[in-house]
Design a protein around this ligand. Structure first.
Ligand code: ADP
Length: 533
């Protein structure tokens, strides 16, 4: 027997239709690479997306075709997301900071037919173009017309009188590649259904807490796991969006203050530069109430500073394979009874999962470990927006029970709070026990004078590995290794104390702004600790 309720499909195009109809005049602001600022709204994006669908069809694009972008966050980029969905196409966002070989591999593997790009990335296009096997059309998003067709000229030729191509809710709509820290990058193919359920989840108070009255500035780029789904979630509730094609701190602060931004989202390194700018140039947090920080563990000092200014920190954990929201550090029921320090303790962990996400921690043999706040093991996840199979792969990325191995090491607490202790490949193995490189780093960046820190394990004849702490000093600081060690004394277990602290001018980062631990491990592979043969 079937139930008696309508079976409306969950489609990404319904999100833009809803936003355009119910939140027509709610603004979408775009700060462009040339320093100009434009204002649009959900109503206009609804029309513009249809025009882009028409333009794609004129170029011969059809259902299932991959339309790629190498672009920063802006309103044209947004319209292409929805316009591509409108012909049943697959929008493939590409991270411009990847190496040339990776860019070429990804475009060819995805079999992209159209490639839209920001003018600032023209040198990248010139570099990879001769090696691209499937791209038929190169389209420039912004700036003066040069050699390539422009987005404006294509879109302005259309009238917007277009009916979305009929698709099923399990049809693909988006494609993102993992950064490929091991082997070639792998594609994650999102569906209409998974994106819509993810969007509806994301607006919840315990997740991103988005509403019509919210003003969201996603600092996270649209090429980093769909800007964490924000362009879809904002459409579901008609939030105002503020896009910036620049990630310079002064630009972001100006936008936050002048556009009355209430919500923002980005990786921790963004806030390092925002704080540094604020410390030099002064200024306030404007109307900010909520910042979502994730992508790597958020240091305690950062959480404390924001919370002292009455800003909620949503400490988000997730990955490209999880659309990307896994957890967002929701407040527990007893939040109001906790002291400030206890509240910070809670937010330092990655939090409980929203409905839809299931988490478990398993040992090396795959046995589920207790949620006792102590047993640490591999974190596994499953749910309606979690990967089943990588794009073009021959087999599933999960077993029959659908649990996906995240490659992270975590502990689950009795109330379900999840705490990442490390990435499996980053843990420091000392004397048969594990030292969390994340906790060590986060404690170290709390020390006065420390701008950034990374901990890696280096060879030790007795203990296998011992921690080496690699530090970038704040400008004008002359903090010493001994200063940092004495600061750490009451913050970490005694046997976690780094054997040595060394200083560098900068640390290598991945294409999404995380510290590139693999490169550091390679660089310091043969590092000789003092007194060690
Ligand atoms: P990449 O593997 O290219 O970095 P992702 O952006 O998908 O791509 O990274 C996902 C990984 O980032 C997670 O598996 C985890 O190791 C790390 N990560 C994300 N958020 C957090 C967080 N809040 N705390 C600790 N680690 C995090």
């Amino acid at each position: 027997m079937l139930g008696g309720i309508q079976n409306s499909k969950l489609l990404v195009t319904n999100l833009i239709d809803h936003a355009a109809r119910e939140h027509t005049n709610r603004e979408i602001v775009s700060y462009w690479a040339d320093g100009s600022l434009t204002r649009s709204n959900w109503g206009e994006i609804g029309v513009e997306a249809r025009k882009f669908s028409q333009a794609l069809q004129k170029l011969g694009m059809k259902k299932g075709d991959r339309i790629a972008t190498i672009a920063m966050n802006h309103v044209h980029h947004l319209a292409t997301w929805y316009g591509t969905a409108g012909i049943g196409g697959v929008l493939h966002t590409i991270n411009p900071r990847l190496f040339e070989e990776q860019l070429v591999y990804i475009c060819n593997h995805a079999e992209d037919r159209v490639l839209l790009f920001d003018k600032m990335f023209t040198p990248i296009i010139e570099l990879i173009k001769p090696q691209l096997k499937t791209v038929e059309h190169f389209i420039q998003f912004d700036g003066e017309k040069g050699e390539y067709s422009t987005y404006r000229e294509l879109v302005d030729a259309e009238d917007g009188d277009f009916t979305w191509v009929d698709v099923e809710e399990n049809d693909p709509v988006g494609l993102c590649y993992t950064s490929g820290t091991t082997g070639n990058p792998k594609g994650v193919l999102y569906e209409h259904r998974s994106n819509v359920i993810h969007a509806i989840t994301e607006v919840q108070p315990d997740v991103m807490d988005l509403a019509t009255k919210s003003v969201m500035l996603p600092v996270v780029p649209m090429f980093h796991a769909n800007a964490w789904g924000i362009p879809f979630a904002a459409a579901a509730v008609g939030s105002k969006l503020v896009f910036s094609a620049s990630n310079e701190a002064p630009v972001l602060w100006k936008l936050i203050r002048e556009e009355k931004v209430t919500h923002s989202a980005g990786v921790p390194t963004v806030w390092l530069s925002m704080f540094a700018d604020m410390d030099t140039n002064g200024g306030d947090y404007g109307d900010l109430t909520t910042v979502i920080i994730g992508g790597s563990a958020c240091p305690r000092a950062m959480i404390e500073r924001l919370m002292k200014n009455d800003i909620r920190v949503g400490h988000a954990w997730g990955m490209t394979e999880t659309s990307p929201i896994g957890t967002t550090g929701a407040y527990p029921a007893n939040w109001d009874e906790l002291s400030f320090d206890e509240q910070v303790d809670v937010i330092c962990m990655q939090g409980r999962p929203p409905y839809g996400v299931e988490l478990r921690v398993v040992d090396e043999d795959g046995n589920e470990l207790p949620r006792d706040g102590e047993s640490s093991g591999t974190l596994e996840i499953r749910g309606p927006w979690i990967i089943q199979r990588y794009f073009q792969a021959d087999e599933d990325a999960v077993g029959e029970d659908r649990w996906f191995d995240t490659g992270d090491v975590a502990v689950l607490h009795p109330d379900g709070t999840m705490q990442i202790t490390d990435r499996a490949k980053d843990v420091i193995k000392s004397g048969g026990e594990w030292i969390s490189s994340i906790e060590l780093e986060n404690a170290a960046v709390g020390a006065p004078g420390v701008a950034e820190a990374a901990a890696v394990g280096v060879y030790h004849p007795k203990w296998d590995e011992r921690p080496l702490l690699i530090v970038v000093r704040k400008p004008d600081s002359d903090v010493s290794g001994d200063d940092i060690k004495s600061y750490l004394t009451d913050k970490i277990a005694k046997w976690w104390m780094p054997d040595e602290v060394i200083f560098v001018d900068e640390l290598p980062h991945t294409a999404t702004g995380k510290i590139l631990k693999r490169a550091l491990r390679d660089e310091y592979k043969d590092y000789k600790l003092a007194g060690v043969e």
